[in-house]
Structures are given as structure tokens and as C-alpha cells.
Design a protein around this ligand. Structure first.
Ligand SMILES: Cc1ncc(COP(=O)(O)O)c(C=O)c1O
Length: 355
């Protein structure tokens, strides 16, 4: 056997939601609804599909490493300068690159628990110690406890807003106060993967903080409201010097040509994106009302998923739902279900009744 890293077995394994084809093959069920990975339930806009198809003829060439056209499109879309944007193969790649650039033995990363599973994984891959700070009783980030958990060796603190898997959010004023209190030597990564779905009046983006401070980076993704999870495109916003340093730990050419073309085309579908946010809110309300009607306790969500506490064992329940053709994700004492189309939500609620 080759000599693997001695701490390799301590790295938590990322467990993705089961793919539809796999469940279909294993259980012999034709009609499967996947509500396990917080994806957009409908296929990409026709312009996006066309742009990806058009990009295929150049696949003999490497993509533009600078992601030139997409960065320019995003800069306009977000109204931020191009040199404040960093692209990656999903925000997951950026989180890992940040971990490699900031971590290593003798460092620590602070994050809320439960939160996005990539934070402890990225910490462990880099060799940093993960400091998981228990959430508040209502499953939000305990910012005060997170602040006191930041040590002199803490090089990164993750704030997930809105948070996966709880669906909770932090008012922007709280995030700003937190950022102001974190030492300059600690990078604050505000993960806004679900930013577009949040409609609470006191929710807001930390992008202005990222534009103003060397130690703040905001991450976002094309995998959620843009509906391009399969293309793998995410981005970070921050100061050029900070992004330049972080980028050193990134694989070259990670955003492929099809991804660059598809994401750029998606940016021009602005009005339909707004409609998606409205549709998501209506479908989420339907799902939450369905859970409430069944006396299932759920966490009010600002995202495209809902976390609920079933009466049954979550793993057993998820397995039973799978047999009814619905893929959800058990998470500790909870189950997380992505908001689907109206029909998909109905199928989940009917399956819940059946099991
Ligand atoms: C909080 C959070 N951040 C980041 C991501 C990563 O998204 P992607 O790598 O697809 O951009 C996810 C995906 O589910 C997420 O939930």
C-alpha cells in the first residue's frame, strides 16, 4: 500500500443526494422525484441550453482561464468591478481553494453546526482544526459564540446566510456587526449560495463588506436559482489582493467552456429569474403548509428547502420515502427536503401520508 496521509481517514466524507438514475435502477421505480440536493427542479432556460450546445464546437481548446466574458457579464449584473470577482467550478471549489490557501496544521476554521458540510471537510483536507459552534435553539448561527470561538490561530470563519441545512437566516445588521468584531487576520467567508431566495425584509447581502474589507469574501453559485448545478459554476466577491492570494490554491481551467457559456446566457434571463424566486416562495409555502397540516414540526425557511423533524427515525423515514419514489436527505434528527414543483411537493406530502 502507498503511505497515505496519516490523518486521511479523519476527513469526513461528503455524501451527495442519491441521483435519480441510481434510485430508479436499484428500486425499479420509473417516476422518481429528487428533493435531496437543493437543485432547481426545472430544466435550464432554452438560451442556456443553446449556449452550452454552441460552446461544444470549441471543446478541443482549453477554456479561458480568466473566464473573461462571464466575469464581465457578472460584473455588470452585480454592479461590482471585474477584478473583485473570482470564478470557480461551483462555490464548493472556491471553499476548498480558500481552505488550502488559509489552512494547514496549526490553524483553525470556525463554523456553525449544523451548517454546510463542506466547511468541516475543507478544514480537514487542509489540515486545519474545525471548530463547530452549536447553533442557537432555533437553529440559527450563534454569532456571539462563534466570535468567542475565534482563536488567534483561526484563519477562516464561515457564515452561511441563509444557512444550509436549516434554512434560517441572519439579519444583515447582525452579520455586519459580526464582521466588524472579527480580527483582521481572520478571513470571514459569507456563503450566500441561497441569497436569491431570501425575501425577509431584514435580510441583505454582505457584498458591500467584501468590497470594502480585505478579510471578507462572499461566495455565491449558479447551482440554485440559476438552475445550473450540473455545469458547476460559482463565484466569490472580494478585494483583488485577497482574491489574488486565494486563487493560488485553485486548479487552473476549472470553469469549463460550456459552464462559462451557459452561466453567461443565464445572466440575461433576469425577469424569469425573478419569477423563479416568486414560484419558489409559493411552492415553499405549500410544502410548509402541508407539513403543518400533518403536525410535522419544520423550521421556517428562507431558501429552496425545508428542514423538518419527523416523528419517525429520519433515516428510516427517508428510506421509506425512497421506496415511494421521493429522494430526501436525513440529517441528524431532521429530514431536509428541497422545494420542488407543486406536483413534486404533493408527491412528497402524499408519500409522507403513505409511510
Ligand atoms: C451553503 C452552500 N454553499 C455552497 C454550496 C455549493 O454549491 P456549488 O458548489 O454547487 O456552487 C451549497 C450546495 O448545496 C450550499 O448549500
Amino acid at each position: 500500500m502507498p503511505s497515505f496521509r496519516s490523518d486521511l481517514d479523519g476527513i469526513p466524507v461528503y455524501r451527495p443526494g442519491k441521483p435519480i438514475d441510481e434510485v430508479s435502477r436499484e428500486l425499479g421505480i420509473a417516476e422518481i422525484v429528487k428533493l435531496a440536493s437543493n437543485e432547481w427542479p426545472l430544466e435550464p432556460f432554452p438560451e442556456v441550453q443553446q449556449a452550452v450546445a454552441d460552446a461544444m464546437v470549441d471543446m478541443n481548446r482549453y477554456p479561458e482561464n480568466s473566464v473573461y466574458h462571464l466575469v464581465n457579464g457578472l460584473a455588470e449584473y452585480l454592479d461590482v468591478p471585474t477584478d473583485h470577482i473570482w470564478m470557480g467550478a461551483g462555490s464548493t471549489e472556491l471553499i476548498l481553494a480558500m481552505a488550502l490557501a488559509m489552512g494547514g496544521p496549526g490553524t483553525s476554521f470556525v463554523f456553525s453546526d449544523p451548517s454546510f458540510v463542506m466547511y468541516p471537510i475543507a478544514a480537514a483536507i487542509s489540515g486545519a482544526e474545525g471548530i463547530a459552534v452549536p447553533s442557537t435553539p432555533d437553529l440559527g448561527h450563534d454569532l456571539q459564540a462563534m466570535l468567542t470561538s475565534v482563536r488567534p490561530d483561526s484563519s477562516v470563519v464561515f457564515v452561511c446566510n441563509p444557512n444550509n441545512p436549516t434554512g434560517t437566516y441572519l439579519p444583515i445588521a447582525d452579520v455586519e456587526r459580526f464582521i466588524a468584531a472579527v480580527p483582521d487576520a481572520t478571513l470571514v467567508v459569507v456563503d450566500e449560495a441561497y441569497f436569491e431566495f431570501a425575501t425577509a425584509s431584514d435580510y441583505g447581502t454582505a457584498v458591500p463588506e467584501a468590497l470594502a474589507r480585505d478579510n471578507v469574501v462572499v461566495t455565491r453559485t449558479f447551482s440554485k436559482v440559476f438552475g445550473l448545478a450540473g455545469l458547476r459554476v460559482g463565484y466569490a466577491i472580494g478585494k483583488p489582493d485577497t482574491l489574488g492570494r486565494l486563487r493560488r490554491a485553485q486548479v487552473p481551467f476549472s470553469v469549463n467552456s460550456a459552464a462559462q457559456a451557459g452561466a453567461l446566457a443565464a445572466l440575461s434571463c433576469g425577469d424569469r429569474l425573478e419569477a423563479r424566486v416568486v414560484d419558489n416562495e409559493a411552492a415553499r409555502t405549500q410544502l410548509e403548509a402541508g407539513l403543518a397540516a400533518r403536525r410535522v414540526e419544520y423550521v421556517p425557511s428562507q431558501t429552496n428547502f425545508v428542514l423538518f423533524r419527523p416523528a419517525q427515525d429520519p433515516a428510516v423515514l427517508s428510506d421509506s420515502l425512497l421506496r415511494h419514489g421521493v429522494i430526501v436527505r436525513p440529517m441528524g434528527p431532521f429530514v431536509r427536503a428541497t422545494v420542488g414543483t407543486g406536483a413534486e411537493n404533493d408527491k412528497l406530502l402524499e408519500a409522507l401520508d403513505a409511510v
